[in-house]
Design a binder for this molecule. Structure first.
Ligand code: NAP
Length: 310
């Protein structure tokens, strides 16, 4: 089968096309014929840094990257009862996604609702799980809460805006001016262009912040949250200063590393099927252009999600 393997971390030239054996199913696994692969910044972080690559994938080489996939079940292990052959599915597999066929556990996989495309389905798992765990599990965002979503035009942000609106929050989201209309079209009540306006000078009494940026943005976010409020940051680096400031103000700053599980994926699929959330796929690359897809993610300027199609 066609696959893209990595023998070592580095630039996009390390993404190597290769014909390899189709995976053999283990107990508890389904074999998915992949239609689309959802791209995430983690694909780039892991591809480019040997230490991060080893942390996520272990020390065996070559490895196959790729987390979010959609496709059809073409085989299943005897002990798999939650799927049948022919099911259209989507979910998060732990690596292995850049391939024609993926053998995966089913614990983060669910059936694709009929009203969404394979591309939209592949775009959702990692960002959907992250937004869900941030807003629902940790933030317990509720009706009337004032919610600030940084990078609202990004993968995580654009789902988080839709989810926060569904939960009944008043939503303020940041991006540059070119993504203002996109953010408002997702239901945000207010947009802040971070290139011309300092959010920390115009906002106050925020109940919940989603921080996909870290750095100064995370530190400045502490200034706009009310006592007892919550910041969920999904950048697990250099958060000590922000955490110290948050503690002093009685704000709960939580660093989230999204995990995901079947129940969360089922909840997300339910929202997709009702049209309550929709992943916005703004670019589709053929499998032969995986390197270009990596460059697009690396630019940090993509809007919504980009997917790679087999
Ligand atoms: N911990 C976890 O479980 C977890 C899970 C998923 C993602 N992440 C991490 O979260 C981060 C975001 O992921 P993502 O998929 O949402 O990223 P993304 O899709 O690459 O985000 C791109 C968007 O960010 C916006 N942006 C960039 N700088 C900004 C700024 N200073 N202020 C406001 N908006 C800004 C851009 O809009 P403009 O072009 O308008 O600036 C662009 O639309 C990544 O570092 C990723 O690795 C962590």
């Amino acid at each position: 089968m066609k696959a893209i393997v990595l023998n070592e971390a580095g630039g996009i030239d390390k993404l190597t096309y290769q014909d390899i054996e189709k995976p053999i199913l283990k107990s508890g696994e389904i074999l998915v014929k992949v239609k689309d692969i959802g791209m995430n910044p983690m694909d780039v972080h892991i591809r480019s840094n040997e230490q991060i690559l080893t942390m996520f994938m272990g020390s065996d080489r070559p490895v196959i990257l790729g987390w979010d996939i959609s496709g059809d079940v073409v085989e299943k292990a005897d002990d798999v009862t939650d799927f049948k052959i022919g099911d259209a599915v989507f979910g998060a597999t732990m690596g292995k996604g850049y391939a024609e066929y993926v053998a995966t556990k089913t614990d983060r996989f669910v059936r694709k609702p009929a009203n969404i495309t394979y591309q939209e389905a592949a775009a959702l798992p990692v960002v959907g799980i992250t937004a869900w765990e941030a807003l629902v599990v940790l933030g317990k965002v509720k009706k009337g809460d004032k919610v600030l979503i940084h990078a609202g035009s990004g993968g995580v942000g654009h789902i988080a805006i839709q989810l926060a609106k569904h939960l009944g929050a008043k939503v303020i989201a940041t991006s540059s001016a070119k993504n203002r209309d996109f953010i408002l079209s997702l239901g945000a009540d207010q947009h802040i262009d971070y290139t011309t306006e300092n959010f920390y000078e115009v906002l106050s009494d925020i109940d919940f912040v989603l921080d996909p940026l870290g750095g100064e943005t995370r530190i400045q976010s502490v200034d706009v949250v009310k006592k007892g409020g919550i910041i969920v940051s999904i950048v697990p680096l250099n958060f000590e200063e922000a955490q110290k400031n948050a503690q002093e103000k009685g704000i709960n700053l939580i660093i989230l590393r999204g995990q995901g599980n079947k129940e969360e994926m089922e909840s997300l699929a339910g929202l997709l099927s009702k049209g309550i959330i929709k992943p916005h796929v703004t670019a589709v690359y053929p499998f032969a252009q995986m390197k270009e897809a990596h460059l697009a993610i690396e630019s940090k300027r993509t809007v919504g999600k980009i997917v790679v199609e087999l």
